[in-house]
Design a protein around this ligand. Structure first.
Ligand code: ATP
Ligand code: MG
Length: 549
């Protein structure tokens, strides 16, 4: 991994001997949805940083919120991290530290650093002040520590209703940082927690809980996104004032990943799932890790992408084309090619013997000779791609049209002699002739043609379903060309039946191919069976010249 400003901080710590040279990071998702590609950036950063320094990275489920946690999300998060190719040292649950967090709060009360406030949330909020004006002290601020401690125990024992009182840190109501104006650190909430059940009716708030989780686990560098920068003073204060840890972790913020066309919020993604706009969290159009996996993206490409965008201190918007470029580049040398004809047009080679079939050798990957060759049957009747024939050609069109000769990739030169129509005027088939002297590999009898097209043998062709995608979200752009919003794209998937060479029958779910001249495709991991092959478009080929008819 390339060095970045976070690594510079770590280098300094190592040099100074802080943390005894040990490096510990963590990835701390809240298990309230599936991970998206933004999380992948955080995962790469945390795991690769640990790797680089011979340290360790924990997977910590941040489950201090007693809302219903879903086993499905926990399993999905583990699967996604493993798919990206990382191994956590330990799996941790923030809720396992509730006892220690409670004791830490007691410690603050005893030290006169926290107090019980009996005001309502509204009253507390109204005293908070603004960016320009300081807040007001709570009338309970100076109550004796013993009194706060007694009430805090009664709170825990269930003596008071939800929301009737809170524990607040005693810091500074005039602090320029509003997060430091006596923030609430414990609240009363009667909720059954997935891990601790009904043991607790008081729960710590994030700003207090998160630093303690890090400190308890011996995290050295707590890497998080920029929106937590304003919470850093509270992070440091909590650990310092509790005072149990001689080597407090350091919080370091980096810019979160934003991608054009990609919605990057679990909450909004969950809405799309819940209202049925998409086929679940792993719909191939979703920016979730599960979605891009089903879409055929590779973990190598995602990691490469995360490295290329680097780690910055300022928020920015990355073009989704960069991610697509990484995917294309990774697949280029990895996946074999297959002939698939979209929008099939039947071709009859009138001078080819009826009933005869021959095998044509095709390279599996033109950039990687070691990937070998395969045989593809050729006979009198074929299919070619709809976009490779024009009855009335446009300028510079070198493919099939009446009177023109093209090369059939891996086979022969053929010439279009006649267009046969159905009664309704649509094209029934093309009658062509072939030149037996131009067999592929023969040197084409010294002749040249301008166009080369692909084809499949009609007798053995296999019908497959092919899904092409548009972006799930459309960018809303203002008059200056700046993206201001994203809206749901109703027409983001088209499915069609295409004709593939017979080897496609061996495809297993998740297998990727280049459909020659069309793009990269993956056999859908859920819908592909022995009998039916359903393919998702992964990404197009670089410069596909598409003619508009
Ligand atoms: P969301 O807003 O989508 O729910 P979150 O930040 O609430 O995301 P968490 O489960 O709390 O999700 O995040 C786990 C970790 O992933 C956090 O450290 C968070 O900073 C990081 N993270 C989340 N989104 C991004 C992003 N777009 N780019 C980089 N890191 C991210
Ligand atoms: Mg969150």
């Amino acid at each position: 991994m390339e060095s970045n400003f976070i690594h510079n901080i770590i280098d300094e710590d190592i040099e100074a001997g802080t943390y005894g040279g040990k490096i510990q990071t963590r990835f701390p998702p809240e298990p309230n949805g599936y991970l998206h590609i933004g999380h992948a950036k955080s995962i790469c950063l945390n795991f690769m940083t640990a790797e680089k320094y011979g340290g360790k990275c924990n997977l910590r489920f941040d489950d201090t919120n007693p809302q219903k946690e879903d086993e499905e999300y926990v399993e999905a998060i583990k699967r996604d991290i493993e798919w990206l190719g990382f191994k956590w040292d330990k799996i941790c649950w923030a809720s396992n530290y509730f006892d220690q967090m409670y004791e830490a709060a007691e410690e603050l009360i005893k030290k006169g650093k926290a107090f019980i406030d009996e005001q309502s949330y509204e009253e507390i909020k109204s005293q908070r002040g603004t960016l320009k004006e300081p807040g007001q002290n709570s009338p309970y601020r100076d109550r004796p520590a013993e009194e706060s401690l007694r009430i805090f125990h009664e709170m825990r024992d269930g003596k008071y209703p939800d929301g009737s009182m809170v524990l607040r840190a005693k810091i500074d109501m005039a602090s320029p940082n509003i997060n430091m104006r006596d923030p609430i650190i414990y609240r009363i909430e009667r909720a059954t927690h997935h891990n601790t059940g009904d043991k607790w009716c008081v729960y710590p708030l994030y700003a207090f809980a998160h630093p303690l989780e890090d400190a308890i686990e011996g995290v050295t560098h707590s890497i998080c996104t920029l929106e937590f920068e304003d919470l850093r003073p509270m992070y440091d204060w909590s650990i310092r004032e509790v005072g149990w840890w001689p080597d407090p972790p350091k919080q370091i913020e980096f810019a979160r990943l934003n991608l054009t066309h990609f919605l990057m919020s679990k909450r909004l993604l969950k809405k799309l799932v819940d209202d049925g706009s998409v086929d679940g969290w792993d719909d191939p159009r979703m920016p979730t890790i599960a979605g891009i996996r089903r879409r055929g993206y590779t973990p190598e490409a995602v990691r490469d992408f995360c490295e290329r965008i680097g780690v910055a201190k300022a928020n920015s918007l990355v073009e989704v084309e960069l991610l697509e470029h990484c995917v294309r580049e990774d697949l280029q040398e990895k996946v074999p090619s297959r002939n698939v004809v979209f929008d099939p047009v039947r071709v009859v080679i009138t001078n080819y013997p009826e009933g005869e079939t021959e095998e044509c050798e095709m390279e599996n990957n033109r950039n990687v000779p070691e990937m070998g060759m395969r045989n593809v049957p050729f006979s009198r009747e074929l299919y070619v791609d709809g976009q490779d024939f024009m009855e009335v050609p446009v300028k510079k069109y070198f493919r099939l049209f009446p009177g023109n000769e093209v090369r059939l990739k891996g086979a022969y030169f053929v010439k279009c002699e006649e267009v046969i129509k159905n009664e309704d005027g649509s094209i029934k088939e093309l009658h062509c002739t072939y030149d037996p002297e131009t067999r592929s590999g023969s040197g084409f009898a010294g002749r040249k043609v301008k166009g080369t097209i692909h084809w499949v043998d009609a007798a053995t062709a296999v019908e497959i379903k092919v899904r092409d995608y548009d972006y799930l979200m459309r960018d809303v752009v203002d008059e200056n060309g700046n993206v201001t919003d994203q809206e749901f794209n109703e027409d983001s998937v088209t499915e069609r039946v295409c004709m593939a060479e017979p080897s496609i029958l061996d495809t297993v779910p998740g297998e990727r191919f280049q459909f020659f001249r069309h793009g990269y495709y993956v056999a859908d991991e859920k819908l592909t069976t022995a009998a039916e092959k359903v393919f998702n478009s992964i990404v197009g080929l670089k410069s596909s010249f598409k003619i508009s008819k």
